[in-house]
Structures are given as C-alpha cells and as structure tokens.
Design a protein. Structure first.
Length: 439
C-alpha cells in the first residue's frame, strides 16, 4: 500500500483520492531510482485495500512492461494492445505499468494512444518516465501527471547514510544498489585528484581517465558534483570546480538516452577543458552524430540586483501561489532547477522585467531566454515575469515555448545576439500579483 512508499507525501495524498475515482492514464515522471515503479505497484495495492501485497509482481491482471532496448518498440505496444482487449482474470480491473515511455517514437506513441481510446473502460495505465520533456504530447496530453522529486530528508529514513552516499544516489533510494558494492573512498580520491590537476592534464590524459572509469555514469556525475562543491568550499581550484559543477548540470540536462553515454561523457570532459583554456562558457549541443562546444559570453551574476529584484519577486510569487495551493516551496533538489514547486504538480520560474514600469504590459510578445527551456524537463512549468514594482505579472505556460517563436535578440550581455522565445501576449495571462485573479 502507499504507506510503504517513503516520502512523496503530497503525491500519495492525491493518489489515495484517485483510488476511488481512477483516471484511465496516469504518468509518473522523475529521475531514476526516485520510486516511481514502487509507487505504481503499491498504488494498485491501495485500490484493493492491501489485499494484493504478496502477488503484486505476478498477478495476472497487473502487467509490467519495460523495453530491453533504447527504444520502446512497436512490437511491445502491439502485445500490450492484445492483452488490453481481454477481460480481467480475477480483479474487476486490469492494469498496465509501462516503463520508459519517454523512449517511445511517434509510431509507438500513436499505437499506444489507440489502445487508450479502444480498450475496455476497466483497463488502466500507469506510465513511468525519467524525462517528461521527452514524452511525446500524444501520450502526456492524455495523462494525469505526477512529478517525483528526490528526497531532501533521507537521513530521517536511513540515518546511517553519509553525506557522500546521499549525494551519490541523488536523493533517490532506488539507487542505493548502485553504490552498495563500490569502494567510495577510492573513487572519491580519483575524482578529487582529477579535478585538482585538471589544468595540467593533456587532452589524451582526460580522454583516458573518462574511458577507464568504472562507475555508472549517473553515480560518477553525482560524485563529480559532490567533490566540486567540496573544493569550492575549501577555495581550491575554484574556477575548475565551478566549471565542472556547471557543465555536469548541462550534461545531465542535454544527454539523450539514445546516445552512447560513455562517448558523450568523455566529450563533456573535453568541452570543459576547451572552455577553461578559452575562457568561454560551454553550451552543449548534443545530436546523434556529434557533440560540439559552442561558446557564448556568460551573463555576470549581480548579487545586488538579485537581492533587490529577483529574491523579492520569487517571494512575491510564492506568497501569491500559497493562497491558492496547499504546498508551495522553493525547489532545492537541483541547484540549477526552477525557482518554485507547487503541490508537486507544477513548477514556477520567476523574473522581473525592469522596463515594464506601467500598469499595462507594453510589448506585443513576452521574451523568455532559450536557456530557460531546460526547465521543461521537470514537467509542467509556468514562467512568471513581474513588472518592475512587482504588482503585476504576465504568465506563460512552458508548452508555448515553440520553435517558431525563437528569435536572436541582441542585448547588453550578448551584443551579437542571444536566442529568446518571443511568445505572443495572446498566449499569456496577465494578473495583479497582489490580490490578483486566479492562475
């Protein structure tokens, strides 16, 4: 039952409500090991009052499908279609749990949609995805979506875990098995030595280190982030450590599961070396054929500006949303993530438009920097852009960041031009953020 699921309290509450009025399609999205599959099985057990506990993994009316390749093949969807058309064996309902629906191509997704439309009313689907942004709209538009976040209080559940172990599993208990049999101290020292001496290493030495590393890529990137944080706190090779920290985040954002992870991890190391040598920020461009470094000037962080505008703006939106939703908090699980998470259902990113100094929004389009499209991978997100006095806000849903709105716009930080989504105001909503209308 759901009381066996550690954490994710808001999601469990909503699922308990849904257990009496089931949506046909539910989609669980979140990082590997966060507990999506475990929650799915226990949700089904919750529906039947815990009576299925011992048979969850081999019940004839609970079907689990996971692709054994990098693509969710059409043949597997056809098998699901055949099973979905039959009546339940023992229960009054039939369930299908589909893992890695983000690996469906258009053909498989369309076939899956056909199943949703034609299957009996007592047939239900729970879809699992590690990257909601990769799930085709054909599928996600039909589902009730729940976003799973890593646990921020693992020590409350497993007190014996060290800080480095918690960092390695990324706050996801399902990843504990990945570190159970490894010598953490050995790999910690290897990564620390690599970063400390990175400037002195040749390109061939960097490639060799990446090639010979034995750790799972997810654990290795988390370890690099952990060591980088430590070195920054100790004020050692700060520039190198910051570059690793920044670009590990970009690597995780951009990497495609259809590519060779090993090759692209080594490419990332080379790109970091390139960026340090040329004093440029690296923006990753990952395709099936290649991964190239593209340099761009980095907008400097202005703490005074942040304290004067960004921080108050975030607090203003947080206060506004707290009056309309049960739980609104800062999203702290990922340093490079969006500003706020609301009821574990959607996210909010906040900024101030300082040239909006009148009551009415003075422009025909709302400009959202292309770099902020990375937040789409977290799930549903609303972009709040506040007026200079923070009394009004224009809001755009992330689904409206479409390619046809991309334009290169010069600005004071990037005179040669930076890409923005210029979203028509007709697709946005303008509210009075203090005592305003509903979102």
């Amino acid at each position: 039952m759901l009381n066996k699921v550690i954490g994710h309290d808001s999601i469990k509450k909503y699922l308990k409500d849904y257990s009496h009025n089931l949506p046909q399609v539910i989609l669980f999205s979140g990082p590997r090991g966060v507990g999506k599959k475990f929650t799915a099985f226990n949700f089904i057990d919750e529906i039947y009052g815990g009576k299925l506990d011992q048979r969850l993994n081999n019940h004839p009316d609970i079907n689990f499908y996971e692709p054994d390749t990098k693509v969710f093949k059409l043949e597997m969807v056809h098998e699901i279609q055949e099973k979905a058309s039959t009546t339940p064996f023992e229960l009054d309902k039939k369930f299908f749990i589909l893992k890695h629906v983000d690996k469906m191509n258009k053909e498989s997704a369309n076939a899956c949609l056909k199943i949703f439309e034609d299957c009996p009313k007592n047939t239900y689907f729970i879809l699992l995805s590690e990257n909601l942004n990769l799930v085709l709209k054909t599928i996600s538009s039909r589902a009730v979506i729940f976003n799973f976040s890593p646990l921020g209080d693992i020590n409350n559940h497993i007190p014996a875990m060290s800080n480095i172990e918690i960092s390695l599993i990324g706050g996801c208990l399902g990843n504990i098995s990945l570190i159970k049999d490894i010598d953490i101290n050995k790999f910690y020292l290897s990564v620390k030595d690599f970063i400390l001496n990175f400037n002195d290493k040749s390109y061939s030495e960097i490639i060799e280190w990446g090639k010979n590393n034995e750790l799972d890529w997810y654990i290795l990137t988390n370890l690099i982030s952990f060591v980088s944080f430590e070195l920054i706190r100790e004020d050692k090779v700060t520039e190198v450590a910051l570059c690793f920290l920044k670009n590990i985040g970009e690597f995780k954002d951009k990497i495609s599961m259809s590519l060779s992870l090993d090759n692209h991890f080594r490419n990332m190391l080379i790109q970091i070396k390139y960026s340090l040598e040329n004093k440029k920020e690296v923006v990753f461009s990952v395709s099936k054929e290649e991964s190239k470094p593209i340099s761009s000037e980095k907008k400097p962080f202005d703490k005074k500006l942040y304290d004067a505008f960004d921080l108050p703006a975030k607090n203003t939106v947080k206060e506004y949303l707290s009056k309309k939703f049960k739980e609104v908090r800062e999203y702290t699980e990922d340093e490079y993530g969006p500003d706020l998470i609301v009821d574990n259902r959607f996210f909010a990113e906040v900024e101030v438009k300082q040239n909006w100094d009148k009551y009415d929004f003075p422009f025909e389009t709302l400009n959202i920097p292309k770099r902020k499209e990375k937040y789409l991978k977290y799930g549903k997100i609303l972009y709040f852009v506040l007026s200079k006095d923070m009394k009004r806000s224009i809001i755009v849903d992330g689904i409206n960041l479409k390619k046809e709105y991309l334009r290169e716009v010069p600005n004071k930080y990037v005179p040669e031009g930076e890409y923005f989504y210029q979203v028509p105001v007709s697709l946005c909503k303008i509210i009075d953020i203090i005592g305003g209308a509903n979102v």
